[in-house]
Structures are given as structure tokens and as C-alpha cells.
Write a protein of this length. Structure first.
Length: 264
């Protein structure tokens, strides 16, 4: 069995008020995520961060002080729970239990979903605590703050929504009130259509952070492009921008290319 950790510590600036506790159909947005997770998890905890007062009487996880944002919740979870962990945001009310089941069945320490256009959904994933702890200890030394960096270090199964027949609309997240009317996701290109498990003998991110090996980053960038993991390639390009300005422009172009269009 697993434990589901629901990210609920954001400021909800674009929504105008706390979105996790916003009610639709008689339930809070977070309740829909919790219900989906209870189909596979023995326990659900809320990573409420600065919003802990909104969840009095519920199972709340306090953020780690080593990181900010979602990674603070991940760090706290892997150091307090021994079971396999599932993570999801509070603002994805269309999630199905199958999303979590497939993650749990993936044969890798970490597992994440990938949209057909090559965008990795980095807030809905599985993590085994032991390997995640080591990666987080390393990332804290270098003040890294992205969840995606875990996927760059720990062996990860990238699951294809296309291959597994999972509807991308299940992953719609609510950023603005108007998003509550969105029900479909428009995918302009289909690039990532098969599962891909990535294991590095020595992760390029580690080589770069420890020894300044820019060549390792270039290798990593090309690997993600070849695999169709375009958003991961964009993250690497952001790091490469420190060595060559053109990579920063390339990173933004890739981010634009893998943006998800929500439709009514």
C-alpha cells in the first residue's frame, strides 16, 4: 500500500483565493483528489505549508525547511513515511484512481506521467523513499529546488498517456476560476507515445554540479530530446544557459512548444 501526499501549500494568486478549499459540486477541489487516491492509498496526508490552518483536524504534513515549494513537501514526506509515496496537487479534480495505480505498478524507484507532446507532469508521481532521500540530500547541498531534478538523478519510469490509454484531460489543473469550465486538453503534436525508463550510471546533473562538466549536460539534453521528453530537455537547457546564452532562448522555445491548451 502507498501513502498519497497532496500538495496544498500554494498561494493561489491567479485563482484569487485558496483554490484547494474552493467548493464545486458540494466538495472541495482537494476532496476530489483525495477520493481518487483512496482507491489505492492506505493514507492521505495534506502538505499544506502556509495553509495549515485551513485543514485543522486533518492529517497535515509540515514542510521541510531545506527546500521551498513542492520539494519541501517531498522532502518532509520521504523522511517521515516508509511506504511508497504518491504525490498529486490539490487542484486536479479530474484525476482517476487508475492514474495512481499505473504509477505504483511501474518498475522503477520513481515514476511520472508524460503528455503525448513530451511534457512531463512533474506534480503527479511516485517515489520510493530510500532512493529519493539520497537525491534530496544531494540537491539540498546545491540549493536546487525543482521536483524534476529528482527525475534527473533517480532511475525513473516515464509513462506514456498515449501508450496506456490514459486521458490527458484527467490531469487538468485549476489555476484560474475560468479553468473550472475546461474539460478537454488539446494536444498539438504526439511525440511521446511509448514508456521510457531512464537510468544513468552517473547522472549528468551530478557530474555538472560536482565537477562543472558541461559536456555531461549536453549529453543529458540530447538524451531527453531523443526520448521525446521535451520538458526535461528544457530544464537541462536552462542549466546550459549558464555556459551559452543561446540555450536560454532554446529552453523558452521548448517550454512554449509543450504548453498544454485547455478547452471547454
Amino acid at each position: 500500500m502507498a501513502v498519497l501526499v497532496v500538495f496544498a501549500g500554494g498561494r493561489s494568486v491567479r485563482f484569487g483565493r485558496d483554490k484547494c478549499t474552493h467548493r464545486i459540486g458540494g466538495k472541495r477541489l482537494i476532496d476530489y483528489v483525495i477520493e481518487a487516491g483512496l482507491g489505492v492509498a492506505r493514507r492521505v496526508v495534506i502538505a499544506a505549508g502556509q495553509n495549515a490552518a485551513l485543514y485543522q483536524g486533518e492529517d497535515v504534513l509540515l514542510d521541510s525547511q531545506r527546500f521551498s515549494g513542492p520539494l519541501a513537501a517531498v522532502d518532509a514526506a520521504v523522511h517521515s513515511v516508509d511506504d511508497v509515496l504518491l504525490f498529486a496537487p490539490c487542484d486536479a479534480p479530474y484525476l482517476k484512481a487508475r492514474v495512481f495505480e499505473e504509477l505504483l505498478n511501474a518498475e522503477a524507484p520513481l515514476a511520472a506521467w508524460v503528455f503525448p507532446n513530451g511534457r512531463v507532469e512533474s506534480t503527479i508521481f511516485k517515489a520510493q523513499p530510500a532512493p529519493a532521500k539520497g537525491a534530496l540530500d544531494f540537491l539540498s547541498r546545491f540549493r536546487r529546488g525543482r521536483v524534476d531534478d529528482l527525475f534527473r538523478i533517480v532511475p525513473t519510469a516515464f509513462l506514456s498517456m498515449e501508450r496506456r490509454g490514459v486521458d490527458p484531460s484527467w490531469f487538468i489543473n485549476i489555476n484560474r476560476p475560468g479553468d473550472l469550465e475546461r474539460r478537454f486538453v488539446e494536444i498539438r503534436q504526439r511525440i511521446f507515445v511509448e514508456d521510457y525508463v531512464l537510468r544513468w550510471s552517473q547522472p549528468p546533473l551530478v557530474k555538472w554540479l560536482e565537477a562543472g562538466d558541461v559536456g555531461a549536460l549536453r549529453e543529458e539534453f540530447l538524451k531527453y530530446v531523443e526520448a521525446g521528453l521535451l520538458s526535461m530537455a528544457a530544464h537541462v537547457a536552462k542549466d546550459l544557459a549558464a555556459a551559452a546564452r543561446g540555450y536560454g532562448v532554446l529552453a523558452e522555445a521548448i517550454y512554449d512548444a509543450v504548453d498544454i491548451d485547455k478547452a471547454r
